[in-house]
Design a binder for this molecule. Structure first.
Ligand SMILES: Cc1cc2nc3c(=O)[nH]c(=O)nc-3n(C[C@H](O)[C@H](O)[C@H](O)COP(=O)(O)OP(=O)(O)OC[C@H]3O[C@@H](n4cnc5c(N)ncnc54)[C@H](O)[C@@H]3O)c2cc1C
Length: 441
């Protein structure tokens, strides 16, 4: 069996490594158009912000390590075109500047995503920073160290924009955050949590400007908004989103929607023998029971491993994903698992929701912090989603909720769940128990 994998960051490398272990005799070719494999891009904001200094710490495996394991790992090799009828891939070898063809039995597309082009004009002399690849991280790391106390404008209040705020503040810079939406994290969390993030940013003296598009970046780095307001800046970062890197498949006939490759539960695309995983493709949603797009490392890794098992005929516990994600907004931990209230509405699900403000541990033990929990559940009390925020223990409580939701726990079962207690960590009735108990049907 000859397998070609296109893209070698999270999804492609996880698949290739597991497939190698599952199928000792398969020929596996791993193609990567850049010069880096196995980058843990999630570390980039923290590298940029000086939380660690060795960029190589974000690289899990080198091409040589893949080659040593019997995978034909090829950097600077870009897939240009797919002829699915003939099962042939056209590839460009940048080092030798030549095209060649490679046939396959199975093709795994893991070409990921790239930063959306900025929808505003940028003066020629200005570097608009983005953060996706290792060299983006290197450039931003360098730029943020050129001058102290810079005024940084971040356009885009999604996960990466929020993480970059902490990075900039950690280096002593001032930040203005701009987004066309009305609040931060507007596409991923419900409004109660957007407000908590906004408050946290205010407490860190971040200037927040919502509801306006950036229109241009001028020669002096100032950012001009559609309402004419001008934001003085030394450095501008664009973190307005991503788009699947699937243009190279345009003539292949593969079924895509807005560039996202559509797949079934087993990551099979509309083309025989062609699978797609990670940020370029849909994955099965275990609560909605349909494909959805969730460009996250957790998804890319799990879909990659699950596909390798599927192709080797090994049954495993993969039942799909459910939108789990966490992010740190300055000192505030935020986590979401399953459906938000907004998503439940969008999917026409009849739901009830509850919202709790509690403490992360017993009041007499020093350092107790507020914690906020929102549950979304159906009329039988089965929990469909949880969002949690707080300065201590919020993210890990999200992990507990991921297990609860994946096992279809009800709010009343959560109310009595045997959550461990000692004063530094919880209250006798942990905030999760209380969230279950206040959730009425
Ligand atoms: C700054 C940042 C922070 C993040 N933080 C988190 C986090 O905290 N938690 C989380 O879950 N996720 C996080 N993510 C998202 C996570 O990094 C991605 O979901 C993950 O990298 C997706 O992996 P992938 O392999 O599907 O795609 P990609 O990472 O996009 O990799 C695709 C690879 O394919 C290559 N490629 C593309 N086209 C071709 C072609 N035609 N031929 C050959 N090679 C090609 C690309 O060069 C690239 O190396 C973060 C992402 C960024 C950028």
């Amino acid at each position: 069996m000859k397998i070609i994998v296109v893209g070698a960051t999270a999804a492609g490398t996880t698949f290739a490594a597991k497939m190698r272990r599952n199928h000792k005799n398969a020929e596996i070719i791993l193609l990567e158009k850049s010069d880096t494999m196995s980058l843990g891009a999630c570390g980039l904001p923290f590298y940029v912000g000086g939380f660690f200094e060795d960029a190589n710490a974000m690289i899990a495996r080198t091409p040589e390590q893949f080659i040593d394991s019997g995978i034909s790992a090829r950097i600077l090799h870009e897939a240009l075109e797919l002829d699915a009828g003939k099962k042939v891939l056209t590839i460009y070898d940048a080092e030798n500047q030549q095209k060649y063809e490679e046939n396959y039995d199975i093709l795994v597309i893991a070409s990921g995503a790239r930063v959306l082009p900025a929808p505003f004009s940028v003066a020629k002399n200005i570097t608009l920073h983005t953060l996706r690849r290792l060299d983006d991280g290197g450039a931003l790391h360098h730029a943020l160290r050129q001058k102290q106390h810079q005024q940084v404008t971040i356009i885009g209040a999604g996960f990466i924009g929020i993480e970059l705020i902490e990075a900039c503040l950690n280096l002593g810079h001032k930040v203005t955050l701009v987004d066309v939406t009305k609040k931060p994290l507007a596409r991923t969390f419900d409004e109660e949590f957007q407000d908590l993030v906004s408050l946290e940013l205010q407490n860190h003296n971040v200037t927040e400007i919502y509801g306006y598009c950036a229109e241009s970046i001028l020669e002096d780095s100032s950012v001009v908004l559609e309402n004419g307001e001008s934001i003085a800046s030394d450095l501008v970062i664009w973190s307005g989103g991503i788009t699947p890197a699937t243009e190279w498949l345009a003539s292949s006939g593969i079924h895509m929607e807005r560039g996202v490759i559509q797949t079934n539960k087993d990551s099979l695309t509309s083309l025989p023998g062609v699978y797609a995983i990670g940020d370029c493709a849909t994955v099965h949603h275990s609560i909605l029971n349909k494909p959805f797009y969730s460009p996250l490392a957790t998804v890319a890794n799990k879909a990659g491993r699950a596909l390798a098992d599927h192709l080797a005929g090994i049954s495993n516990g993969f039942t799909g994903m459910m939108g789990s994600a966490s992010v740190k907004a300055c000192d505030l931990e935020l986590v979401r698992v399953g459906l938000t209230e907004e998503e439940a509405k969008q999917h026409g699900i009849t739901y009830v929701s509850s919202f709790l403000e509690d403490r992360d541990h017993t009041g007499y033990y020093p350092g107790a912090q507020k914690i906020w929990i929102k549950l979304v559940y159906n009329l039988d009390g089965v929990i469909l989603g949880a969002q949690i925020a707080g300065k201590r223990g919020a993210a890990l409580r999200g992990s507990a909720m991921a297990l609860a939701i994946s096992k279809k726990m009800t709010v009343s079962e959560l109310g009595f769940a045997d959550i461990p207690y000692s004063p530094p960590f919880a209250r006798t009735w942990d905030a999760l128990n209380v969230a279950g108990n206040i959730s009425k049907l």
